[in-house]
Design a protein around this ligand. Structure first.
Ligand code: ATP
Length: 386
């Protein structure tokens, strides 16, 4: 419940305990995932976490060491890539330079017939319309920008009408601006066709921007599979909390449980003991078991607070003043170490005892500051029982 639309859609692709070993290395380690029909599903994680290998197992370019890949409930064991009804787009566009754009797309049809009542040329024209390059038929692929070439590669992959589209870092060779434009196009094309899409990227921002659900991978295994908003707001693990966006992770001991879902915590770090309140998030309470309900007094916990949820004020201004300065319980004293101006906001690094905190600020900040947060903006990611 609470997932993106289509939560009840049939399962298009399923990985059931899938592992892939290369000698001692488990590139993919006991992965179980279910991708729904029509879903935009993204595998995201740092280099070497097993994203590409997972995608290659789905495409059929690799055979798993153990476990089963199923399409529409059917095992794909021994089924070669060309019989899996998948379209694949790689990082390198791999268009044929000696063919026109139209010929490249037509090549994607292979020996498949165009849909009933359509000629090959009409099918090519439809696909070029779909990727928003209607006039490119006779062009030489090398005369197109990287983003345009990648859209042609998508048109070619979509030509035979595959059930599943697999995209492996299709934007990583492009500059930032082109990537943003192309990702919007990819998202539009995917939703226009309603095609099940599995997307691999190391770029967490891209993953959040385009996906219905995201699998955040680490060491060959997904640590969390959830819609982007959940992954961002309620990271399941410390790794997810730190990989997806900026975050501040705190650790400390639970000293009191004033009411259900709320904790009083003595946090480590800083120059003195700070007692902070954590939890009390209505949305989280609505979910069945939240991490804040698990600890006991005396347990050690870790929790995270996003930089945009840390409120900062100059230490010499009265607390609770016009600046929205933090007051009371959750007020930590820190010092501005550095600031990066990003346009809309400034990303400020604070020294807090022997560690750093990240905050977002609109107004310039300098010197001594106090930092506060709402208990409901603190999310517990780990509990270590006493
Ligand atoms: P990247 O973003 O760098 O491509 P990735 O998340 O896609 O990383 P994989 O390419 O799937 O990761 O690799 C996962 C692990 O498996 C890595 O440690 C990699 O070195 C190893 N690996 C992948 N392919 C092979 C292979 N053919 N032979 C040996 N080891 C491999």
């Amino acid at each position: 419940a609470g997932d993106a639309d289509g939560a009840d859609a049939p399962i298009a692709v399923e990985l059931d305990g899938v592992s892939k070993r290369y000698g001692e290395t488990a590139a993919v380690d006991d992965v179980s995932l279910r991708v729904r029909e029509g879903e935009f599903f993204t595998l995201v994680g740092p280099s070497g976490c097993g994203k590409t290998t997972t995608l290659r197992l789905i495409a059929g370019f690799e055979e798993s060491t153990s476990g089963t890949v199923r399409f529409g409930g059917e095992s794909m064991a021994g089924v070669p890539p060309e019989d899996r009804d998948v379209g694949v787009v790689f990082q390198s566009y791999a268009l044929f330079p000696h063919m026109t754009v139209g010929e490249n797309v037509a090549y994607g049809l292979n020996f498949a017939d165009p849909p009933e009542g359509t000629t090959r040329d009409e099918r090519v024209a439809d696909l070029l319309d779909l990727v928003d390059l209607p006039d490119a038929t006779d062009r030489d692929p090398e005369s197109l920008s990287g983003g345009q070439q990648q859209r042609i590669a998508m048109a070619r992959a979509l030509a035979p009408g595959p059930d599943v589209l697999l995209l492996d870092e299709p934007m990583s060779a492009l500059d930032a601006r082109l990537r943003e434009r192309l990702r919007a196009q990819v998202k539009r094309i995917q939703s226009e066709l309603g095609i099940t899409t599995i997307y691999v990227t190391h770029d967490q921002e891209e993953a959040l921007a385009v996906s219905d659900r995201v699998a955040v991978m680490n060491g060959g295994t997904p640590e969390q599979v959830a819609p982007p908003r959940t992954v961002y707001r309620r990271p399941a693990t410390r790794f997810v909390a730190e990989f997806v966006g900026d975050n501040n992770v705190f650790a400390g001991g639970v000293v009191d449980i004033p009411e259900a879902g709320e904790l009083a915590v003595d946090v480590d770090g800083g120059d003195e003991t700070h007692r902070v309140a954590v939890g009390g998030d209505e949305e989280a309470e609505a979910e069945e078991a939240t991490a804040t309900q698990l600890p006991d007094i005396g347990d050690r916990i870790a929790f995270c607070v996003r930089p945009e949820h840390l409120r900062v004020a100059s230490a010499d201004k009265p607390a609770g003043g016009e600046t929205g300065a933090p007051a009371g319980e959750n007020a930590l004293r820190a010092t501005v170490a550095s600031a990066e101006f990003l346009g809309e906001t400034t990303r400020v690094t604070l020294d807090w005892g022997d560690r750093e905190l990240l905050v977002r600020a609109v107004d310039p900040l300098d010197g001594a500051v106090t930092v506060g947060f709402d208990p409901s903006d603190a999310h517990v990611i780990d509990v270590e029982s006493r």
